[in-house]
Design a protein around this ligand. Structure first.
Ligand code: PHE
Length: 380
């Protein structure tokens, strides 16, 4: 390419033009100054190349390399064009020189930015891996069905002003029995077959959450509105219907002039909210700490076969025990029964979860089989 253009050497002219576009150049008009014509065509071509370099972009290192080789390698276009500089007529040298400098700058900048782009992508890749890859799924856990039901009960009662209280699972005789009007040697204690702590027979695993009532009354003055969810223990044979560990929620309401009607209305509100059922009945029953006492049945209906099965064909399901707090219980916690009255209720959470989720065997709650637990993912 170091040859100068001999006057009117058309052959050489075409050859040089091929540097730029690998295509045949139109014959120059006969009358033109070939030198001028050539450098004008070159300047146009350089401008075209600047446009090409400006829009060039690539995701691959190979094509960036090809781009670099094409323009700025030893045998690249820019060198070849520079070599022609001396053949450019003086009056065109300035335009030609400017064009080629712009081309060089454009190409160099383009290479630099694309290079940086690759590097920063690689850096990100190094830190985070390939960000475009689909993520590794994070398994979502599920709440235990007992927790689900417990939280539901808490929500329902907190809407009518009940707070949540808790007590210890290892209790003393006073809180579990004595203060709840179970005198020593009273046969009512046999209703709840108890685990005692061998080292200290005064200590036992609480058989019901009613012990929390006593603790709450010891520490709080009426008006009292509290529910106490928790784990309880009884020495019962383990079967599909009963277990030695289960959960209860206790409710206690104490104020002036609390009546049995208040109890009934509160329970009706609860069954509506919890089960969507609005028919309940109270059957007389016995608990030492309430007088009168009752079992609460909810009318489940007899629409399906399951309804028949779980209600034993009656349509009614027992869901909890309740009653008006016995004056002896109030007295034991230094609350004046002449001034205050109240009601209490207690329900089993396992039974309730069995109804709501159609769980057939109480033992499933305690086996921690993930295949069982995973089924509650959607219930939060
Ligand atoms: N503690 C009783 C039980 O475990 C339930 C109950 C609570 C009954 C409060 C009446 C009032 O069976």
């Amino acid at each position: 390419m170091k040859s100068t253009i001999p006057e009117a050497s058309l052959e050489e002219f075409f050859r040089l033009n091929e540097i730029f576009n690998h295509s045949k150049v139109k014959h120059p008009p006969k009358s033109v100054n070939l030198h001028n014509y050539f450098s004008e065509t070159m300047i146009d071509k350089i401008k075209e190349l600047i446009g090409e370099a400006e829009v060039f972009t690539t995701e691959s290192k190979e094509s960036l390399d090809a781009f670099r080789i094409k323009f700025i390698s030893k045998k690249g276009l820019i060198n070849e064009i520079f070599a022609e500089f001396k053949n450019v007529p003086n009056e065109q040298k300035k335009d030609f020189g400017q064009a080629i400098n712009t081309l060089k700058k454009t190409v160099e900048e383009k290479i630099k930015t694309l290079q940086e782009n690759f590097e920063s992508k690689e850096e990100i890749k190094g830190i985070y891996g390939d960000l475009t890859r689909p993520g590794t799924p994070i398994p979502v856990g599920a709440r235990h069905p007992i927790s689900l039901v417990k939280n539901q009960v808490i929500n329902i009662f907190s809407n009518i002003g009940f707070n949540v209280s808790e007590g210890p699972e290892i209790e003393d005789d006073w809180h579990n029995f004595e203060a709840l009007n179970f005198p020593e040697h009273h046969p009512a204690r046999d209703m709840q077959d108890t685990f005692f702590v061998q080292m200290n027979p005064d200590h036992l695993l609480r058989t019901h959450t009613s012990s929390v009532q006593v603790r709450y009354m010891e520490n709080n003055q009426p008006p009292i509105r509290t529910i106490s969810p928790g784990r309880v223990f009884r020495n019962e044979a383990i079967s599909s219907r009963s277990h030695c560990i289960f959960h209860q929620v206790e409710g206690l309401y104490i104020d002036k002039d609390v009546s049995f009607a208040d109890l009934k209305q509160t329970l009706l509100y609860f069954t509506k909210e919890m089960f969507g059922k609005s028919k309940i009945r109270l059957r007389p029953s016995y608990f030492p700490f309430t007088e009168p006492s009752a079992e609460v049945d909810v009318y489940w209906g007899l629409k399906t076969e399951t309804d028949y099965r779980i209600t034993k064909g009656t349509g009614w399901l027992e869901i909890m025990g309740c009653g008006m707090v016995d004056p002896n219980v109030l007295k034991a916690s230094n609350i004046d029964p002449e001034e205050y009255s109240g009601f209490a209720f207690g329900m089993g959470l396992e039974r309730m979860a069995m109804l709501l989720y159609q769980i057939g065997d109480i033992r499933m709650y305690f086996e921690n089989d993930v295949r069982f637990l995973e089924q509650f993912k959607s219930n939060f």
